[in-house]
Write a protein that binds this ligand. Sequence first.
Ligand code: NAD
Ligand code: UGA
Length: 366
Amino acid sequence: MGPLRVLNLGAGGFIGSHLTQRLLAEGHIVTAVDLYSDKLGENLEHPRLTFLRQDIRGDWNLDELVEGSDLVIDLIAHANPGLYIRIPLDVFRLNFLENLKIAEACVRHGKHLIQFSTCEVYGRTAASLPHAALANPEDPIHATFAEDSSEFILGPVNKHRWIYSSAKQLLERVVHAYGLQEGFHYTIIRPFNFLGPKIDFLPSDNQDGVPRVFSFFMDALLTGAPLQLVNGGHQRRCYTHIEDAVECIYRIVINAGGVCDREIFNIGSPYNEVSIRQMAEIMREIYARRFATPGDPLSEIVELGGDEFYGSGYDDSDRRIPDITKARTLLGWEPRWRVQELLESTMEYHVDEFRRKRDALSVRVS
Ligand code: NAD
Ligand code: UGA
């Protein structure tokens, strides 16, 4: 197979920037579309990369770009829970309406679309329901989600966190329907909490933004503020290193033998389940051992309610473990990173970045 012309929408984000790096390293030709480009770094100068700073909510040459590509990857979304609470309508408009236009352009031009969805479509576990009468609610079987057989359990409409999950779910259903009725070629990816360098931003750098939990905890450790556990930090997540994730995504890009056509893939590490409380404790221990200045007080861990932290309408996934049988059997993929090393290496990157920026600032001021 020769080089692919890849239209990478959302290439300036966390996943998009790592994926762009891999696509370029493998010799492909990338058209990258995003509002921001800083995470693309030196790749902006790459001769096989064209970067288009574009808000996809306006008028733009979508059809022309889709027609000129071999493969379209759509990563664009509001992807942080804080936004689902603050601007639920914008979440619906971007994550469903705008993404649908991209999918329909791929249908019109007969192009394969890799659509990023989310593990949030699975929602909560049956074990979390108040009337659940399960013999062993802790059995991981109740929290292990498979692409083509698991039920989706979402909260009520007034818990509007679920608008993200619902918008992504509806997009999946429409894309699937185009496959059935019009022979559309697509692959849907459901990521399970990817983590690694360049995830989100530190809240102290962007006072208005609401990143994901790693960035809140990292920022707290760097500034001595408390690590805040929402609703006690009992919720569990399976963290997946971005390097493992990109390896799997790349195998989907190559799609050897067409095995990914009209398939949905969970991408995640079932080995890396931690509660958010455990994650806070591990990060605090790593910080004390590796990065803290001796004698400086270490951040405390405190608890607060979900509505207090995010605002009203917050709800949560209690637990989610990916069933990765499909990625294993069809793609021969297996995640390698384990949670301790994953957190330690991601922290190392962000501590270095924080100190580099702080030093640059103090040189400018003096
Ligand atoms: P991200 O926020 O880093 O990336 C999204 C990118 O979309 C950003 O660079 C942003 O600037 C861009 N974007 C937003 N609005 C835009 C607009 N109007 N026009 C042009 N660009 C716009 O998030 P991410 O973690 O890289 O996630 C990428 C995709 O994967 C999203 O669809 C997200 O829902 C999904 N996802 C990610 C994870 C994860 O673990 N990171 C988990 C589940 C789902
Ligand atoms: C997020 C988003 O829904 C999606 O981007 C994506 O589907 C998913 O991550 C993913 O990465 O797979 P979530 O895991 O809830 O979902 O996102 P975080 O903001 O990282 O929150 C994780 C947990 O930590 C939540 O229970 C949250 O309440 C908690 N939290 C968050 C804290 O306890 N303290 C904080 O400071 C921030």
